[in-house]
Design a protein. Structure first.
Length: 115
């Protein structure tokens, strides 16, 4: 799901998909289970999540990525309410994630259920 938000004086695309999760996880050493607890997220990780969503939005739209994480922090200083909008986009991007029973163990593809 790609949406646009006004941040940094521009309407910018925001995208959260598997690549965004991969990048975020690499940069923050987080697991999928950690992402389930966005209310307990540190301010550093929250800014990184916003940054990655904007970075991925620009990549998907083939737009120039012309800012750094410090710029995102400054933009949030100007309008911290945008965090709620971007976090809503994040949650909406993964509607079935809450239904997963065990996020730590990958499902076996093609495995048959034992009787």
């Amino acid at each position: 799901m790609l949406k646009k938000v006004k941040i940094g004086g521009k309407l910018r695309p925001v995208k959260f998909g598997m690549n965004a999760l991969r990048i975020y996880s690499e940069k923050t050493n987080s697991t999928l289970a950690d992402l389930m607890n966005i209310s307990g997220m540190s301010i550093t990780n929250m800014i990184m999540l916003v940054f990655v969503g904007l970075q991925e939005g620009a990549r998907k739209e083939k737009q120039e990525f012309d800012f750094i994480i410090d710029d995102v922090s400054d933009w949030l200083d100007d309008d911290f309410g945008i965090v709620n909008e971007i976090m809503d986009i994040f949650v909406e991007s993964f509607p079935n994630i809450k239904e997963s029973k065990n996020l730590n163990a990958p499902k076996k593809v093609g495995a048959k259920k034992k009787n």
